[in-house]
Design a protein around this ligand. Structure first.
Ligand SMILES: NC(=O)c1ccc[n+]([C@@H]2O[C@H](COP(=O)([O-])OP(=O)(O)OC[C@H]3O[C@@H](n4cnc5c(N)ncnc54)[C@H](O)[C@@H]3O)[C@@H](O)[C@H]2O)c1
Length: 396
């Protein structure tokens, strides 16, 4: 356990909250869980018990440990009871700023003054949540990945008012949970991982929209030639088309033309409520399990295009002072299972080659996502071409 942090409250016990509560309880923290009804809390406890049992079946924990973890979780619908003795709250209510601000305001009024208030938001402003409290220095982003029990990564986000002490404590707490935290130094939309993934998705959507490759062809190339764990359409189905659509909208609002969404690819499916795996259909039919991605089409799409836009966005993240290359690479490997991070990849491939690819694409399509980031252009001008030059994103 981390320093004085022992007692946790998890507010909102849906997909993410119940997993987060379980992870804390498995590491010995006392966890109060709060939701809007007894019934939802009962369901959350059942889900946690089911998941703990899976850990026992797989011999990853002992039965006694599972029972002890479960006994450390206390459900309640009363805020006062949930937060009066806590050191840390993790909020995982629906992705709506008004609901979140209300939770932060309430918890701020009831929790001890030293308590840190964290949000698991994927897209909303941590600074805004901070401003809803009288302790913005203790409000921070703690962005988990789904499923929290299995995913290694946590993005820690510093809001405008967040103190370094708070950030450091959350980084430490994440490590006590056996997770790898990465620091997102600014409260920017999409943080690190969703920002890069969002652009890679967009590149694929536009390519498909222009009929330059089929959906199966893009996925096959990305998977079998590029070595990524899933194709982009398959992954989008897995994430949920409603979530991907909303993230895309937020990124466009935040960064403008670079994230120009592709019309007529996701939106019609979202309108039809074909949201991916969870509804049985999205880009693919999931009714009979995971879709088969045909191997034969693995040359249809140039997966280097995915890397080029990913490296470009990584360059923007560094340019904007949001994160360092190591955090970006760790994020993409642990958050999405990429075989390498974009900065490592660029350093191996040669930054000049990535820049050339982007320039070609930009000349051809005149789209901002291909317009090379000035940082990348400068690195190449400086001769920082990557590993063989002794300096690229990293120093060798
Ligand atoms: N699902 C994912 O893959 C994922 C990944 C990372 C982050 N997130 C973020 O985590 C948060 C939760 O997402 P989720 O997928 O677990 O949602 P969910 O809908 O599964 O769960 C939300 C829970 O919050 C409860 N709730 C609603 N209003 C509440 C209130 N006022 N007070 C307390 N509880 C309330 C709901 O009853 C529900 O149980 C969102 O901010 C989302 O963006 C989700």
């Amino acid at each position: 356990m981390s320093g004085e942090i022992k007692n946790i409250a998890v507010i909102g016990t849906g997909v993410m909250g119940s997993g987060i509560a379980q992870v804390f309880a498995m590491k010995g923290y006392n966890v109060n869980i709060l939701d809007i009804s007894e019934e939802i809390l009962k369901k959350a406890l059942q889900n946690i018990a089911w998941s703990l049992n899976k850990f026992v079946e797989k011999k990853r924990i002992r039965k006694e440990d599972a029972e002890a973890a479960l006994s450390r979780i206390k459900p309640t619908t009363l805020y006062e009871e949930a937060v009066r003795d806590i050191d840390l709250m993790v909020e995982a209510v629906p992705e709506n700023i008004e609901i979140k601000k209300e939770v932060f305001r309430k918890v701020d009024g009831l929790a001890p003054p030293h308590a840190i208030l964290a949000s698991n938001t994927s897209t909303l402003s941590i600074s805004e949540m901070g401003r809803a409290t009288r302790r913005p220095d203790k409000v921070v982003g703690m962005h988990w990945f789904n499923p929290p029990q299995l995913m290694q990564l946590i993005e820690v986000i510093k809001g405008e008012g967040t103190s370094d002490e708070t950030v450091n404590k959350i980084m430490e707490v994440a490590k006590t949970l056996g997770k790898t935290p990465i620091l997102c130094r600014k409260d920017v939309r999409g943080f690190i991982v969703n920002r890069i993934l969002g652009l890679v998705f967009n590149e694929a959507f536009w390519t498909y929209y222009r009929k330059e490759a089929s959906m199966e062809g893009i996925d096959s190339s990305v998977k079998y030639s590029g070595g990524f764990p899933m194709g982009w359409f398959e992954l989008c189905d897995y994430v949920g088309l409603d979530i991907a659509y909303e993230v895309g909208r937020v990124l466009y609002e935040a960064y403008g033309e670079r994230f120009k969404p592709c019309p007529e690819v996701i939106e019609p499916l979202v309108k039809e409520k074909k949201l991916g795996q969870k509804t049985g259909a999205g880009f693919y039919d999931w009714s009979k399990g995971r879709p088969r991605i045909p191997f034969e089409l693995s040359d249809e799409y140039d997966y280097e295009r995915s890397w080029a836009v990913a490296v470009n966005e990584a360059a923007w993240i560094i340019h904007d002072g949001v994160a360092d290359p190591e955090s970006i690479d760790t994020g993409m490997k642990l958050g999405t299972g990429w075989p390498q991070g974009p900065c490592e990849y660029a350093d191996k491939k040669g930054l000049n080659n990535i820049l050339q690819k982007l320039t070609q694409l930009y000349d051809k399509y005149k789209m901002e996502m291909y317009n090379p980031c000035p940082l990348l252009v400068d690195y190449v001008k400086n001769g920082w071409l990557g590993k063989t030059a002794g300096r690229g994103f990293y120093k060798y």
